[in-house]
Design a protein around this ligand. Sequence first.
Ligand code: ZN
Length: 372
Amino acid sequence: MTGVQFENAQVLGVDGRFRPGSVILKEGVFGGDEDAAAVVERFDATGLWLTPGFVDVHTHLAWRAFDAADRDGLSPVEQARGVRLNAGRTLAAGVTGIRDAGGLSAALAQEAGGLRAALSVEMLGASDARGPAHLRGRVQQLADAGAAWIKVVATGGVGAGDGVLVPVFDELELKAIHVTAARLNLPVMVHAWGGAALTRSLEFGAASIEHAVLITDEQCRLAADAGAVVVPTVWIYNDVLAMIEAGTLPAVLAPAARRAVEAHPVAVRRCLDAGVRLAMGTDAGLDTQHGRNLHELAALIEAGVPSEAALLAGTAGGARLLGRRDLGVIRPGAPADLVCFTADPGRPEVLRDPSRVAAVYVRGRLLHQATG
Ligand SMILES: [Zn+2]
Protein backbone atom coordinates (compact mmCIF):
# COMPACT_ATOMS: atom_id res chain seq x y z
CA MET A 1 0.00 0.00 0.00
CA THR A 2 1.22 3.45 -0.83
CA GLY A 3 0.81 6.82 0.76
CA VAL A 4 -2.19 9.11 0.43
CA GLN A 5 -2.05 12.75 1.44
CA PHE A 6 -4.90 15.12 2.27
CA GLU A 7 -3.68 18.65 1.69
CA ASN A 8 -5.02 22.08 2.70
CA ALA A 9 -7.29 20.60 5.38
CA GLN A 10 -8.18 21.80 8.84
CA VAL A 11 -6.64 19.22 11.18
CA LEU A 12 -7.59 18.58 14.82
CA GLY A 13 -4.62 18.96 17.15
CA VAL A 14 -4.01 17.45 20.59
CA ASP A 15 -5.32 20.68 22.14
CA GLY A 16 -8.72 20.20 20.51
CA ARG A 17 -8.19 23.05 18.02
CA PHE A 18 -8.13 22.92 14.24
CA ARG A 19 -5.17 24.20 12.29
CA PRO A 20 -4.43 24.26 8.57
CA GLY A 21 -2.35 21.25 7.60
CA SER A 22 -2.15 17.95 5.83
CA VAL A 23 -2.54 14.32 6.84
CA ILE A 24 -0.75 11.32 5.34
CA LEU A 25 -2.12 7.79 5.49
CA LYS A 26 0.44 5.09 4.87
CA GLU A 27 0.11 1.35 5.41
CA GLY A 28 -2.69 1.72 7.92
CA VAL A 29 -1.04 4.37 10.08
CA PHE A 30 -0.66 8.13 9.99
CA GLY A 31 2.55 9.24 8.25
CA GLY A 32 5.04 11.92 9.19
CA ASP A 33 6.89 14.50 7.13
CA GLU A 34 9.44 11.86 6.10
CA ASP A 35 6.65 9.91 4.40
CA ALA A 36 5.79 12.76 2.01
CA ALA A 37 8.16 11.31 -0.59
CA ALA A 38 6.23 8.02 -0.62
CA VAL A 39 2.91 9.75 -1.32
CA VAL A 40 1.48 8.70 -4.66
CA GLU A 41 -2.00 10.19 -4.32
CA ARG A 42 -2.77 13.73 -3.22
CA PHE A 43 -6.24 15.03 -2.43
CA ASP A 44 -7.05 18.70 -2.19
CA ALA A 45 -8.93 18.70 1.12
CA THR A 46 -9.82 22.38 1.03
CA GLY A 47 -13.06 22.77 3.00
CA LEU A 48 -12.59 19.54 4.97
CA TRP A 49 -12.09 19.23 8.73
CA LEU A 50 -10.11 16.13 9.70
CA THR A 51 -10.37 14.48 13.11
CA PRO A 52 -9.22 11.19 14.59
CA GLY A 53 -11.92 8.51 14.81
CA PHE A 54 -14.40 9.19 17.60
CA VAL A 55 -14.84 6.76 20.49
CA ASP A 56 -18.25 6.10 22.03
CA VAL A 57 -17.49 4.52 25.40
CA HIS A 58 -21.11 3.75 26.25
CA THR A 59 -23.27 2.24 23.57
CA HIS A 60 -25.37 -0.90 23.22
CA LEU A 61 -24.53 -2.06 19.72
CA ALA A 62 -26.73 -5.16 19.88
CA TRP A 63 -29.83 -3.30 21.04
CA ARG A 64 -32.50 -1.85 18.79
CA ALA A 65 -35.55 -1.80 21.06
CA PHE A 66 -36.33 -0.36 24.50
CA ASP A 67 -37.84 -3.54 25.98
CA ALA A 68 -35.58 -6.42 26.97
CA ALA A 69 -38.41 -8.78 26.00
CA ASP A 70 -38.36 -7.45 22.41
CA ARG A 71 -34.58 -7.84 22.24
CA ASP A 72 -34.52 -11.37 23.64
CA GLY A 73 -37.18 -12.53 21.19
CA LEU A 74 -34.87 -12.07 18.20
CA SER A 75 -33.28 -15.00 16.41
CA PRO A 76 -29.46 -15.13 16.18
CA VAL A 77 -29.72 -14.18 12.50
CA GLU A 78 -31.85 -11.13 13.31
CA GLN A 79 -29.47 -10.15 16.12
CA ALA A 80 -26.47 -10.36 13.80
CA ARG A 81 -28.29 -8.28 11.20
CA GLY A 82 -29.08 -5.67 13.87
CA VAL A 83 -25.44 -5.43 14.91
CA ARG A 84 -24.37 -4.98 11.28
CA LEU A 85 -26.93 -2.19 10.79
CA ASN A 86 -26.02 -0.44 14.04
CA ALA A 87 -22.29 -0.75 13.40
CA GLY A 88 -22.70 0.69 9.90
CA ARG A 89 -24.61 3.69 11.24
CA THR A 90 -22.13 4.18 14.07
CA LEU A 91 -19.16 4.16 11.67
CA ALA A 92 -20.97 6.52 9.32
CA ALA A 93 -21.31 8.96 12.22
CA GLY A 94 -17.51 9.09 12.54
CA VAL A 95 -17.22 6.68 15.47
CA THR A 96 -14.44 4.13 14.87
CA GLY A 97 -14.25 2.66 18.37
CA ILE A 98 -16.82 1.70 20.97
CA ARG A 99 -17.06 0.24 24.43
CA ASP A 100 -20.23 -1.79 24.55
CA ALA A 101 -22.09 -1.32 27.84
CA GLY A 102 -24.00 -4.59 27.64
CA GLY A 103 -25.69 -6.84 25.14
CA LEU A 104 -22.89 -7.43 22.65
CA SER A 105 -21.46 -10.95 22.90
CA ALA A 106 -18.09 -11.95 21.50
CA ALA A 107 -19.88 -13.81 18.70
CA LEU A 108 -22.07 -10.83 17.76
CA ALA A 109 -19.05 -8.50 17.88
CA GLN A 110 -17.77 -10.35 14.81
CA GLU A 111 -20.55 -8.58 12.90
CA ALA A 112 -19.32 -5.09 13.82
CA GLY A 113 -17.61 -4.67 10.47
CA GLY A 114 -14.33 -2.92 11.23
CA LEU A 115 -15.61 -0.96 14.21
CA ARG A 116 -13.22 -1.43 17.15
CA ALA A 117 -15.22 -2.86 20.03
CA ALA A 118 -14.36 -3.42 23.70
CA LEU A 119 -16.94 -5.66 25.32
CA SER A 120 -18.61 -5.92 28.71
CA VAL A 121 -20.80 -8.72 27.27
CA GLU A 122 -23.54 -8.46 29.93
CA MET A 123 -24.43 -6.11 32.76
CA LEU A 124 -24.39 -7.07 36.42
CA GLY A 125 -27.63 -5.70 37.84
CA ALA A 126 -30.44 -6.23 40.31
CA SER A 127 -30.99 -9.88 39.34
CA ASP A 128 -27.36 -10.54 40.38
CA ALA A 129 -27.70 -9.03 43.87
CA ARG A 130 -27.51 -12.51 45.41
CA GLY A 131 -24.45 -12.19 47.58
CA PRO A 132 -20.68 -11.79 47.09
CA ALA A 133 -20.02 -15.43 46.14
CA HIS A 134 -22.53 -15.28 43.31
CA LEU A 135 -20.96 -12.05 42.02
CA ARG A 136 -17.43 -13.43 42.13
CA GLY A 137 -18.68 -16.27 39.95
CA ARG A 138 -20.46 -13.89 37.57
CA VAL A 139 -17.36 -11.74 37.05
CA GLN A 140 -15.32 -14.85 36.25
CA GLN A 141 -18.07 -16.00 33.88
CA LEU A 142 -18.02 -12.68 32.02
CA ALA A 143 -14.22 -12.80 31.75
CA ASP A 144 -14.53 -16.27 30.24
CA ALA A 145 -17.12 -14.95 27.78
CA GLY A 146 -14.67 -12.36 26.45
CA ALA A 147 -15.44 -9.29 28.55
CA ALA A 148 -12.69 -6.67 28.60
CA TRP A 149 -14.79 -4.57 31.01
CA ILE A 150 -17.13 -5.37 33.87
CA LYS A 151 -20.32 -3.34 33.69
CA VAL A 152 -22.18 -2.78 36.93
CA VAL A 153 -25.62 -1.24 37.22
CA ALA A 154 -25.22 0.20 40.71
CA THR A 155 -28.33 2.44 40.84
CA GLY A 156 -31.59 2.63 38.97
CA GLY A 157 -32.24 4.79 35.93
CA VAL A 158 -35.21 6.59 34.43
CA GLY A 159 -37.42 3.60 35.29
CA ALA A 160 -36.60 3.83 39.00
CA GLY A 161 -38.43 7.11 39.62
CA ASP A 162 -37.83 8.47 43.13
CA GLY A 163 -35.80 5.40 44.09
CA VAL A 164 -33.03 6.17 41.60
CA LEU A 165 -30.32 6.64 44.26
CA VAL A 166 -31.04 3.41 46.15
CA PRO A 167 -27.96 1.17 45.74
CA VAL A 168 -28.63 -2.01 43.77
CA PHE A 169 -25.88 -3.93 45.59
CA ASP A 170 -24.88 -3.86 49.23
CA GLU A 171 -21.35 -2.85 50.10
CA LEU A 172 -19.97 -6.39 50.30
CA GLU A 173 -21.47 -7.32 46.94
CA LEU A 174 -20.09 -4.22 45.25
CA LYS A 175 -16.69 -4.86 46.78
CA ALA A 176 -16.73 -8.48 45.60
CA ILE A 177 -17.31 -7.30 42.02
CA HIS A 178 -14.44 -4.81 42.11
CA VAL A 179 -11.97 -7.10 43.88
CA THR A 180 -12.66 -10.01 41.53
CA ALA A 181 -12.45 -7.77 38.45
CA ALA A 182 -9.14 -6.31 39.65
CA ARG A 183 -7.76 -9.81 40.19
CA LEU A 184 -8.66 -10.60 36.56
CA ASN A 185 -7.22 -7.28 35.38
CA LEU A 186 -10.61 -6.09 34.18
CA PRO A 187 -11.55 -2.42 34.68
CA VAL A 188 -15.04 -1.69 35.98
CA MET A 189 -17.58 0.72 34.48
CA VAL A 190 -20.38 1.68 36.83
CA HIS A 191 -23.83 2.94 35.95
CA ALA A 192 -24.57 5.28 38.86
CA TRP A 193 -26.80 8.34 38.94
CA GLY A 194 -25.38 9.28 42.35
CA GLY A 195 -25.73 8.51 46.05
CA ALA A 196 -23.83 5.98 48.15
CA ALA A 197 -23.37 3.56 45.24
CA LEU A 198 -21.43 6.19 43.29
CA THR A 199 -19.17 7.06 46.25
CA ARG A 200 -18.47 3.40 47.05
CA SER A 201 -17.73 2.60 43.40
CA LEU A 202 -15.10 5.34 43.34
CA GLU A 203 -13.62 4.06 46.60
CA PHE A 204 -13.45 0.53 45.19
CA GLY A 205 -11.59 1.79 42.13
CA ALA A 206 -14.15 2.14 39.31
CA ALA A 207 -12.48 3.25 36.07
CA SER A 208 -15.55 5.13 34.92
CA ILE A 209 -18.87 6.33 36.27
CA GLU A 210 -21.65 6.28 33.69
CA HIS A 211 -24.39 8.96 33.67
CA ALA A 212 -23.53 10.53 37.07
CA VAL A 213 -26.68 12.63 36.66
CA LEU A 214 -26.82 13.66 40.33
CA ILE A 215 -23.10 13.65 41.17
CA THR A 216 -22.18 16.05 44.01
CA ASP A 217 -19.20 18.41 44.28
CA GLU A 218 -17.65 16.12 46.87
CA GLN A 219 -18.03 13.09 44.59
CA CYS A 220 -16.48 15.08 41.75
CA ARG A 221 -13.44 15.77 43.91
CA LEU A 222 -13.25 12.09 44.77
CA ALA A 223 -13.45 11.15 41.07
CA ALA A 224 -10.78 13.69 40.12
CA ASP A 225 -8.44 12.46 42.88
CA ALA A 226 -9.01 8.82 41.88
CA GLY A 227 -8.45 9.58 38.19
CA ALA A 228 -11.85 8.11 37.40
CA VAL A 229 -13.56 9.19 34.19
CA VAL A 230 -17.15 10.40 34.13
CA VAL A 231 -19.22 9.47 31.09
CA PRO A 232 -22.25 11.77 30.97
CA THR A 233 -25.14 10.86 28.69
CA VAL A 234 -26.82 14.23 28.31
CA TRP A 235 -28.33 13.81 24.86
CA ILE A 236 -30.09 10.49 25.44
CA TYR A 237 -32.29 11.78 28.27
CA ASN A 238 -33.46 14.60 26.03
CA ASP A 239 -34.16 12.00 23.36
CA VAL A 240 -36.05 9.81 25.84
CA LEU A 241 -38.08 12.79 27.11
CA ALA A 242 -39.00 13.71 23.52
CA MET A 243 -40.20 10.13 22.95
CA ILE A 244 -42.26 10.24 26.15
CA GLU A 245 -43.84 13.52 25.07
CA ALA A 246 -44.54 12.05 21.63
CA GLY A 247 -46.25 9.07 23.26
CA THR A 248 -43.79 6.41 22.04
CA LEU A 249 -42.55 5.74 25.60
CA PRO A 250 -44.74 5.45 28.75
CA ALA A 251 -45.74 8.74 30.40
CA VAL A 252 -44.90 7.27 33.82
CA LEU A 253 -41.21 7.82 32.97
CA ALA A 254 -41.69 11.56 32.44
CA PRO A 255 -40.78 12.89 35.93
CA ALA A 256 -37.49 10.95 36.09
CA ALA A 257 -36.57 11.87 32.51
CA ARG A 258 -37.32 15.53 33.20
CA ARG A 259 -35.21 15.39 36.34
CA ALA A 260 -32.30 13.97 34.32
CA VAL A 261 -32.65 16.59 31.60
CA GLU A 262 -32.54 19.37 34.20
CA ALA A 263 -29.81 17.96 36.45
CA HIS A 264 -27.40 16.50 33.92
CA PRO A 265 -25.91 19.73 32.51
CA VAL A 266 -25.33 20.90 36.10
CA ALA A 267 -23.50 17.64 36.85
CA VAL A 268 -21.32 18.10 33.75
CA ARG A 269 -20.32 21.61 34.86
CA ARG A 270 -19.53 20.29 38.35
CA CYS A 271 -17.20 17.72 36.78
CA LEU A 272 -15.54 20.43 34.67
CA ASP A 273 -14.98 22.68 37.70
CA ALA A 274 -13.44 19.81 39.67
CA GLY A 275 -11.17 18.76 36.81
CA VAL A 276 -12.80 15.36 36.31
CA ARG A 277 -11.88 13.73 33.00
CA LEU A 278 -14.83 13.22 30.65
CA ALA A 279 -15.38 10.77 27.82
CA MET A 280 -18.18 10.57 25.26
CA GLY A 281 -20.92 8.02 25.84
CA THR A 282 -24.33 7.92 24.20
CA ASP A 283 -26.17 4.96 25.72
CA ALA A 284 -27.58 4.45 22.22
CA GLY A 285 -29.84 1.42 22.23
CA LEU A 286 -32.59 2.16 19.72
CA ASP A 287 -32.73 2.01 15.94
CA THR A 288 -33.27 5.75 15.94
CA GLN A 289 -30.25 6.44 18.18
CA HIS A 290 -27.42 4.49 16.58
CA GLY A 291 -25.71 6.82 14.15
CA ARG A 292 -26.56 9.96 16.10
CA ASN A 293 -23.62 9.41 18.45
CA LEU A 294 -22.06 12.86 18.04
CA HIS A 295 -25.29 14.43 19.31
CA GLU A 296 -23.74 13.80 22.74
CA LEU A 297 -20.83 16.13 21.99
CA ALA A 298 -23.29 18.80 20.86
CA ALA A 299 -25.17 18.32 24.14
CA LEU A 300 -21.94 18.58 26.14
CA ILE A 301 -21.04 21.84 24.38
CA GLU A 302 -24.50 23.21 25.08
CA ALA A 303 -24.13 22.14 28.72
CA GLY A 304 -21.07 24.40 28.94
CA VAL A 305 -18.13 22.21 27.89
CA PRO A 306 -15.79 24.20 25.60
CA SER A 307 -15.90 22.71 22.09
CA GLU A 308 -12.17 21.89 22.23
CA ALA A 309 -12.68 19.87 25.42
CA ALA A 310 -15.76 18.17 23.96
CA LEU A 311 -13.87 17.08 20.83
CA LEU A 312 -11.05 15.75 23.01
CA ALA A 313 -13.52 13.88 25.27
CA GLY A 314 -14.93 12.29 22.11
CA THR A 315 -11.54 11.24 20.75
CA ALA A 316 -8.41 11.03 22.94
CA GLY A 317 -10.46 10.98 26.17
CA GLY A 318 -12.37 7.88 25.20
CA ALA A 319 -9.30 6.19 23.73
CA ARG A 320 -7.36 6.79 26.92
CA LEU A 321 -10.16 5.32 29.04
CA LEU A 322 -9.98 2.22 26.85
CA GLY A 323 -6.22 2.00 27.41
CA ARG A 324 -5.55 2.94 23.78
CA ARG A 325 -3.37 6.04 23.89
CA ASP A 326 -2.43 5.35 20.25
CA LEU A 327 -6.04 6.04 19.19
CA GLY A 328 -7.98 9.30 19.24
CA VAL A 329 -5.03 11.34 17.95
CA ILE A 330 -3.63 12.17 14.52
CA ARG A 331 0.03 11.36 15.12
CA PRO A 332 2.71 9.72 12.94
CA GLY A 333 2.73 5.97 13.54
CA ALA A 334 -0.71 5.84 15.18
CA PRO A 335 -3.42 3.67 13.57
CA ALA A 336 -5.02 5.76 10.85
CA ASP A 337 -8.59 6.11 12.12
CA LEU A 338 -9.66 9.32 10.40
CA VAL A 339 -12.91 11.25 9.92
CA CYS A 340 -13.44 13.90 7.23
CA PHE A 341 -16.14 16.50 7.91
CA THR A 342 -17.44 19.02 5.39
CA ALA A 343 -17.91 21.64 8.15
CA ASP A 344 -16.38 22.50 11.51
CA PRO A 345 -17.37 19.78 14.04
CA GLY A 346 -16.64 22.19 16.87
CA ARG A 347 -20.16 23.51 16.15
CA PRO A 348 -23.16 21.68 17.69
CA GLU A 349 -25.25 21.93 14.51
CA VAL A 350 -22.51 20.13 12.58
CA LEU A 351 -22.20 17.42 15.24
CA ARG A 352 -25.94 16.87 15.00
CA ASP A 353 -25.80 16.39 11.23
CA PRO A 354 -24.30 13.01 10.23
CA SER A 355 -24.45 14.09 6.57
CA ARG A 356 -21.48 16.35 7.38
CA VAL A 357 -19.31 13.21 7.68
CA ALA A 358 -17.83 12.78 4.21
CA ALA A 359 -15.53 9.82 4.87
CA VAL A 360 -14.40 7.51 7.66
CA TYR A 361 -11.20 5.49 7.66
CA VAL A 362 -10.19 2.73 10.07
CA ARG A 363 -6.54 1.65 9.96
CA GLY A 364 -6.26 3.61 6.73
CA ARG A 365 -9.11 1.71 5.09
CA LEU A 366 -12.07 3.67 3.77
CA LEU A 367 -15.08 2.16 5.58
CA HIS A 368 -17.64 4.85 4.95
CA GLN A 369 -18.08 7.45 2.25
CA ALA A 370 -21.00 9.84 1.95
CA THR A 371 -23.03 9.35 -1.18
CA GLY A 372 -24.47 12.16 -3.26
ZN1 ZN B 1 -26.34 1.89 29.01
